[in-house]
Design a protein around this ligand. Structure first.
Ligand code: ZN
Length: 159
């Protein structure tokens, strides 16, 4: 079985920037996704396509294939209480921000008592990213998963 549309794929990854600094890692906990349903960034789905269980490989993604280019001046003032994932904030920290379009990651520039100034570029925007990937499982998606457009169970969507 290989990675293609309507398969649920589990994989491990280590994400590095151009300086080989590790930005993120699955740490032995695979991520599961439904292939072909825009659940992963396009560059990553393309790299995984056609691979089989046990394949280990690297994929280099340009900003266009990953988190997009940096937009200069994408600075916003937001209420401090909307920043999530830490209690005390310092410039340079990455916060999760609840917006009407869903959650997004932003970088704190300046903190006030009630309002924070943030850079709304994704922290990885503008970076050339390397994913070291390992495919650990591939299975057929269930009818329910295809209807929902995402993977269920281990590493996937929990309802
Ligand atoms: Zn679902």
């Amino acid at each position: 079985m290989k990675v293609e549309d309507k398969k649920v794929v589990q994989f491990l990854y280590v994400l590095k920037d151009e300086q080989q600094q590790v930005l993120e890692s699955t740490d032995g906990e695979p991520v599961a996704y439904l292939h072909g349903y825009n659940n992963m960034m396009a560059g990553l789905e393309n790299a995984l396509s056609g691979k089989v269980v046990g394949d280990k490989f690297s994929a280099e993604l340009t900003p266009e294939d990953a988190y997009g280019k940096r937009v200069e001046g994408a600075v916003q003032r937001v209420p401090v209480k909307h920043l999530q994932s830490a209690k005390k904030w310092k410039p340079g920290m990455v916060a999760t921000l609840e917006t009407e379009q869903g959650t997004r990651q932003v970088t704190v520039i300046k903190m006030g008592k009630f309002m924070a100034t943030v850079d709304s570029n994704h922290p990885f925007a503008g970076k050339i990213l390397t994913f070291d990937l390992e495919v650990v499982d591939i299975r057929d998606a269930s009818v329910e998963e295809i209807t929902h457009g995402h993977a269920h169970g281990t590493g996937g969507h929990q309802h």
